[in-house]
Write a protein that binds this ligand. Structure first.
Ligand SMILES: Cc1cc2nc3c(=O)[nH]c(=O)nc-3n(C[C@H](O)[C@H](O)[C@H](O)COP(=O)(O)OP(=O)(O)OC[C@H]3O[C@@H](n4cnc5c(N)ncnc54)[C@H](O)[C@@H]3O)c2cc1C
Length: 385
C-alpha cells in the first residue's frame, strides 16, 4: 500500500504509530499534524510515567507486558543522533497497598496476572517494610507488588519515536487540524485551521484529550471527555532509605521518587474540560494521607506541580483503538484514561499491523474496538489510578 496516511496528533500515540508504520514496511507518505510542537499542553510530557502490569483485564495486562519489554530495551533499539535513546526507565516496581476488604479482589487480579506471565506477588505487611521501611502498615493487610514495573520519562519516549519516524521520512506539520474530511462514508483528508486541505484515504485520530471533539465534528461522537489531573512535587525533610516503587495507597493517592524528591497525585472529582489550572491548595487534601502512610512525609516542602489532561472514557475507562464501523479509513487511538504511556508501544504496533497487514498479529486489540459499546461488551478495568 502506498497511499497517504494522515495522523492527527504527534504525542506518544501518534509518534509511536508513525514509527511502527515505517517499521512494518509502510512506504506511502505519512504526515503527522501537531498543533502544539512544543508539547506544552499535551498529556504525554505531563504524565507520571508509571509503567505497570498490575491491571485486572487480560487486554490491559497483555498490552502493558508487551510495552514493558519494549521499554526495557528502548535505549538499545532506539537512537537519537546515533546515541542510545535514554528514557530513564527505573524498574523499582509497582505496589498497590491493600486494606482487608480489598484482599479477595486482589487475589483474583494476581491469579490473572500470573497466568499471563506477570511476576506479581502478594506481600504481607512485614514484607512491605523491607521495601519501604518508613511505611505505616497498621491499617494495611498487605500489598500487590510487581518488581518488573516502574516509571520512566514520557517526554523522552515520545521524542525518540518522533525522531526515528522523521528519520524515515515521516513529515511533521505544525498546524491544527480543524476537520477530518469525508464523503459518503469514506475519509478523504483533513482541513487545517489555516484552510490547508490535505487528501488522504486513511486518517488516524491520535489527538489525545482533543480527539473526541474532532470526532464529534465529523458526526461520530465518542464517550470520551478531557479530565484534569494534578501532580505535586515535594521534598521530604528526611529522605527515605530506599528508592520507592510507584506506590498506590488504598485511598488512590500515588507517589514515587523523582530524583531525590517525590511526586504524588490523586484522581479527584473535577468537571470535564480543558482546564490546566494547578491548585496548590489541593495538596492540603493529599498531605494527611501521605503523612499517615509514610512518617517522613509529615514534614516536607511543596515545591511545584502541574495539571494535565486524561482523555477519559466514561463507559469503561479504557482505550478505543482501531477503525470506526461507520467511516471507512477513520482510525482512532483515544480514551486512554490515564494509562496510555504503558500502552503506547503496543498500540502503535497494533495500528500499524492493521494498516499494513489487514489484521492485528502481535497483540489482538479487538477487545478495545469501538463496537464494544453497542455490543455491550465493555472492558471493565478495576485498577484505574
Ligand atoms: C497527570 C497525568 C498523569 C499520567 N500518568 C500516567 C502514568 O503514570 N502512566 C501511564 O501509562 N499514563 C499516564 N498518563 C496518561 C498518558 O500520559 C496518556 O495516556 C498519553 O500520554 C496519551 O498520549 P497521546 O499521544 O494520546 O496524547 P497527547 O500526548 O496529549 O498527544 C496528543 C497530541 O495531539 C495534538 N492535537 C490535539 N488536537 C489536535 C488537532 N486538532 N490538530 C493537530 N494536533 C492536535 C496535541 O497538541 C497533542 O500534542 C497520565 C496523564 C496525566 C495527564
Amino acid at each position: 500500500m502506498k497511499h497517504r496516511i494522515i495522523i492527527v496528533g504527534g504525542g506518544v500515540m501518534g509518534s509511536s504509530t508513525a514509527y511502527h508504520l515505517r517499521k512494518c514496511g509502510y512506504e506511502g507518505q505519512i504526515i503527522v499534524f501537531e498543533k502544539d510542537p512544543a508539547y506544552e499542553y499535551a498529556s504525554t510530557p505531563r504524565s507520571a510515567g508509571g509503567i505497570r502490569q498490575l491491571f485486572t483485564t487480560a487486554i490491559n495486562i497483555t498490552l502493558s507486558r508487551y510495552s514493558l519489554q519494549q521499554y526495557k530495551q528502548f535505549s538499545q533499539t532506539m537512537k537519537i543522533n546515533g546515541d542510545p535513546a535514554e528514557i530513564d526507565f527505573k524498574q523499582r516496581g509497582y505496589l498497590f497497598l491493600a486494606t482487608d476488604d480489598m484482599l479477595s479482589a486482589m487475589e483474583k487480579q494476581q491469579k490473572l496476572q500470573n497466568e499471563l506471565g506477570v511476576p506479581s506477588r502478594f506481600l504481607e505487611p512485614a514484607e512491605l517494610l523491607a521495601i519501604i521501611p518508613e511505611l505505616n502498615p497498621t491499617d494495611l493487610a498487605g500489598g500487590l507488588f510487581c518488581p518488573e514495573d516502574g516509571y520512566l520519562d514520557p517526554y523522552s519516549v515520545m521524542q525518540a519515536y518522533k525522531y526515528e519516524a522523521r528519520k524515515k521520512d515521516v513529515e511533521y506539520v505544525s498546524e491544527e487540524v480543524d476537520m477530518i474530511l469525508h464523503d459518503r462514508g469514506q475519509v478523504t483528508g483533513v482541513k487545517t485551521k489555516s484552510g490547508r486541505v490535505e487528501e488522504a484515504k486513511v486518517v488516524m485520530n491520535c489527538a489525545g484529550a482533543w480527539g473526541a471533539e474532532l470526532s464529534e465534528k465529523m458526526g461520530l461522537p465518542l464517550p470520551i471527555v478531557a479530565l484534569k489531573r494534578q501532580i505535586f512535587l515535594f521534598d521530604p525533610a528526611v529522605p527515605l532509605k530506599n528508592p520507592l516503587p510507584l506506590t498506590v495507597d488504598p485511598t488512590g493517592v500515588y507517589f514515587r521518587h523523582e530524583g531525590d524528591r517525590i511526586i504524588t497525585g490523586f484522581s479527584d472529582h473535577v468537571k470535564p474540560g480543558y482546564d490546566f489550572d494547578w491548585k496548590r491548595s489541593h495538596f492540603e487534601e493529599l498531605w494527611p494521607i501521605l503523612a499517615h502512610r509514610i512518617t517522613n512525609f509529615e514534614s516536607l516542602k511543596l515545591e511545584s506541580g502541574w495539571a494535565g489532561l486524561y482523555d477519559y472514557n466514561l463507559k469503561d475507562q479504557n482505550a478505543i483503538i482501531g477503525s470506526h464501523p461507520e467511516m471507512r479509513g477513520y482510525y482512532m487511538a483515544l480514551g486512554f484514561s490515564g494509562h496510555g504511556m504503558q500502552q503506547a508501544p503496543g498500540v502503535g504496533l497494533g495500528l500499524a499491523e492493521l494498516i499494513c497487514k489487514g489484521a492485528y498479529e502481535t497483540i489482538d486489540l479487538t477487545p478495545l474496538r469501538f463496537e464494544r459499546f453497542a455490543e455491550n461488551d465493555l472492558v471493565l478495568e478495576h485498577a484505574i489510578v
